[in-house]
Design a protein around this ligand. Structure first.
Ligand SMILES: NC(=O)c1ccc[n+]([C@@H]2O[C@H](COP(=O)([O-])OP(=O)(O)OC[C@H]3O[C@@H](n4cnc5c(N)ncnc54)[C@H](OP(=O)(O)O)[C@@H]3O)[C@@H](O)[C@H]2O)c1
Length: 482
């Protein structure tokens, strides 16, 4: 293979890579080289899609030789060691000025490390978050690239050509340097966890409170999808609830084991937010709810514990369904507000110039959390780029104000009936915590000062103070020991 015919290459011919390669090949002017560790997969993809005109290669050297310079390759392999292995091979085969893109779900700190190491060879390295699953990869994903501005110059037009398009705008933007793209993709996934959990709680409450069947609840979600909750996740929820199991004739949702899996990006979001000191409680509760569901031994042991059994009948079905809709909308606003807080904190910590409004805009299409209401987030940051909390933007403040009585009724109903609603209730607690004039954090500071001399500030005077708890309990000036 000596003639360099391809202008872009894709490594990894599993679901994501093969679909992304087909997407690239379908765009005017592209010739796509493909490579996979096991060559039979490369051959199979090339044979299955002859119209794509793939340049199928069987060694990394052939792959590199098939690419025009500067070479551009997108890696779509398993995150972690597999990605490192492929990067090492490419660094050997590529030359300074070439571009390596990792489109997998890498942890952003790995991307920071890889970018630094690869940059030293003169090769550009770009970590790009790609969302939208199989269909997005094929038809147009939402793409969140990091890396250098120089790499973006070459890569930008290519990624723009394959991204989803909403209102004439491609769902891709240069998020920031090194790991910024994967960081934002991680937060996207965290928000996705929260959104899914909130929808699941809404379904559960409606089903138990009204006795409606999954198919009937599907119609409610389909109706909600015409309004401010309009989103891909609401749409597919209706599809899932409508599905009947062919083997038993029961609703499919009733024959699926109620233990939710996870690939880890939700946990990364929470771990990162903990390190940054940002409360992403809605996302955290969603991650924990999946963990709790997947503990069959503990659930079996606890199943006889006392408490209401979750059965309750609401007096006014329509009013309750509307309450749940409003609770879902308010909680969703909180989840996004928390996610954007984490983006702001990450940008500060890692020196990224992330445009929040642009992030909301590129999530409007292609990705799993695509939703009508992302426009409102873009508007909010356009009006006030320094917005300190999304929920304080006028549109969202009004939305929560209109929803909050319903939200409280739903959380009360869930608690009284013994129905777990961790994301609904923690979002409400966060909202009340954020807007409180005084928090019991003052008492916590007093306790910390008592047992650990951690000191405290006073509301009425500058300075740092400590009470001599084991002495005469007088107050002294102290050095801040927070
Ligand atoms: N699936 C989704 O919906 C989705 C959505 C967004 C992002 N992603 C991310 O996209 C990436 C690809 O996902 P996927 O589901 O298509 O594939 P995957 O199952 O995560 O990975 C399979 C691919 O990795 C290759 N691979 C594994 N170990 C390797 C190694 N040591 N050296 C070289 N290649 C190795 C495999 O090659 P062999 O065929 O030789 O084993 C195969 O091409 C992942 O990072 C994933 O997290 C996935």
């Amino acid at each position: 293979m000596s003639n360099s015919q391809a202008n872009i290459g894709v490594i990894g011919m599993a679901v994501m890579g093969s679909n992304l390669a087909r997407n690239l090949a379908s765009r005017e002017g592209n010739t796509v080289a493909i490579y996979n560790r096991s060559a039979e997969k490369t051959r199979a993809v090339a044979a299955e899609f002859p119209d794509a005109g793939f340049v199928a290669t069987e060694t990394i050297e052939d792959f590199a030789a098939s690419l025009q310079k500067p070479r551009t390759a997108i890696i779509m392999v398993q995150a972690g060691r597999a990605t490192d292995a492929v990067i090492n091979q490419l660094v050997e085969a590529f030359e300074p000025g070439d571009i390596i893109v990792d489109g997998g779900n890498a942890l952003f700190t790995d991307t920071i490390r890889r970018e630094k190491a690869v940059r030293e060879t003169g090769i550009n390295f770009v970590g790009a978050g790609i969302s939208g699953g199989e269909e997005g990869a094929l038809l147009g994903p939402s793409i969140m690239p990091g890396g250098s501005a120089e790499a973006w110059e070459t890569l930008g037009p290519i990624l723009t050509s394959i991204a989803a398009v909403v209102d004439g705008r491609a769902c891709v933007t240069h998020v920031g340097t090194d790991g910024a793209g994967h960081f934002v993709k991680m937060i996207h996934n965290g928000i996705e966890y929260a959104d899914m959990q909130l929808i699941a709680e809404a379904y559960d409450l409606i089903r138990r409170g009204t006795g409606k069947s999954p198919a009937e609840i599907a119609e409610i979600f389909a109706e909600w999808n015409k309004g401010e909750l309009e989103s891909y996740l609401i749409e597919i929820t209706a599809e899932v609830l409508r599905q009947t199991d062919a083997a038993t004739g029961k609703p499919l949702v009733d024959v699926i084991v109620d233990q939710a899996g996870a690939k880890g990006t939700g946990a990364w979001t929470v771990q990162t937010a903990l390190d940054l000191g940002i409360p992403v409680s809605g996302i955290a509760e969603a991650v924990f709810a999946r963990s709790l569901s997947s503990k069959p031994a503990q659930r079996a042991a606890a199943s006889a514990l006392p408490g209401p059994d979750g059965d309750f009948a609401v007096a006014d079905v329509d009013a309750f369904v509307e309450d749940v809709r409003l609770a879902l909308y308010a909680s969703k606003i909180i989840a996004y507000s928390q996610g954007f807080d984490a983006i702001v904190a990450g940008a500060e910590e890692y020196n990224w110039d992330i445009k929040k409004g642009d992030i909301a805009a590129i999530w409007r299409g292609g990705c799993i959390i695509r939703a009508q209401f992302l426009n409102r987030i873009t508007d909010a940051y356009a009006e006030n780029p320094g917005l300190v909390a999304l929920v304080t933007a006028p549109y969202f403040t009004d939305a929560v104000a209109g929803a909050q009585s319903a939200w409280r009724r739903v959380v009360i109903a869930a608690a009284q009936a013994g129905i777990p609603s961790p994301a609904f209730s923690s979002s409400l607690a966060y909202y009340d915590g954020l807007r409180a004039d005084r928090l019991p954090a003052a008492l916590v500071q007093g306790q910390r000062d008592f047992f650990g001399a951690h000191t405290y500030k006073r509301v009425d005077r500058e300075g740092t103070f400590h009470t001599l708890w084991s002495g005469d309990r007088s107050e002294i000036q102290a050095v801040d020991a927070h």
